[in-house]
Design a binder for this molecule. Structure first.
Ligand SMILES: C[S@@+](CC[C@H](N)C(=O)[O-])C[C@H]1O[C@@H](n2cnc3c(N)ncnc32)[C@H](O)[C@@H]1O
Length: 234
């Protein structure tokens, strides 16, 4: 991985903001991801992220923290927060911005336990593929204190397969429709393509149920997105 995402965060943090990140997927054209958005404060966050932060309590793990915006807010509210990311550059940015506990770490390698675990900005993307959902959920379950909670957001992207007449055309032989190839480019460089998973709420809830996890819809967003709360089934 070239870590162009981390490179862009670092450029922004160091005052070298000249370009935004360009993303595209196997089913959509180029889209601009404005770098300032990754440094958003509470007021600039979508409602579902604000809700996740307002319901956070105890010792918190911010998974895939990026520039650390969610961690910073919770820290300011007096919560103990650990922020992890597989991007070394993202972690150095989060640290520079003031996140006290940071580590370059995949969630699969985390071993501590937490009262609240956050996976925000399409948190299911980190699972990459439908076949890996159970593996990640099992790991997350092991990181939960007995009455701990996970907040994860995603989008049901079925609407992206809608034709002009409003019909939905999903090729049922092609695997799960939310499993996309994700392309990132920045300042003329292209990242190695990666897998990125958008998971609809029902599929997430079913996967949770088979693992002894309770999955509740906390809030639906403005565009097929939602916030889910996952807890251990009593
Ligand atoms: C879409 S960004 C979200 C950043 C941040 N949460 C935000 O809302 O601004 C996803 C982040 O997850 C990180 N990531 C991907 N896989 C991960 C894993 N297995 N463990 C921890 N972080 C991961 C990426 O490096 C990236 O910084």
């Amino acid at each position: 991985m070239k870590d162009l995402f981390g490179k862009a965060l670092l450029d922004y943090q160091n005052g070298n903001y000249t370009e935004d990140i360009i993303t595209s997927t196997s089913i959509s054209d180029d889209d601009v991801l404005p770098l300032p958005y990754l440094f958003r404060d509470f007021d600039a966050m979508p409602k579902i992220e604000q809700t996740a932060l307002e319901l956070s309590r105890g010792k918190v793990l911010d998974v895939g923290c990026g520039a650390g915006s969610h961690s910073l807010y919770l820290q300011e509210q007096g919560l103990e927060v650990k922020a992890i990311d597989i991007s070394e550059r993202a972690i150095s940015v989060a640290k520079e911005r003031g996140v006290k506990q940071v580590e370059v770490l995949s969630v699969l390698d985390e071993t501590d336990t937490f009262d609240t675990i956050l996976l925000l900005m399409n948190g299911t993307g980190i699972f990459q593929e439908i076949s890996q959902v159970s593996k990640y959920l099992k790991r997350l379950k092991n990181l939960l204190k007995p009455s701990g909670q996970i907040f994860i957001d995603s989008t049901d992207i079925k609407y992206m397969y809608e034709d002009d007449d409003g019909g939905i055309w999903v090729d049922t032989n092609a695997g799960y429709y939310g499993e996309l190839d994700y392309y990132v480019s920045y300042k003329g460089e292209s990242e190695i393509p990666m897998k990125w998973l958008y998971l609809d709420f029902e599929t997430l809830a079913m996967a949770c149920e088979t693992l002894g996890l309770q999955c509740d819809m906390v809030q639906s967003g403005e565009h097929y997105d939602y916030l889910a709360r996952i807890t251990k089934t009593p």
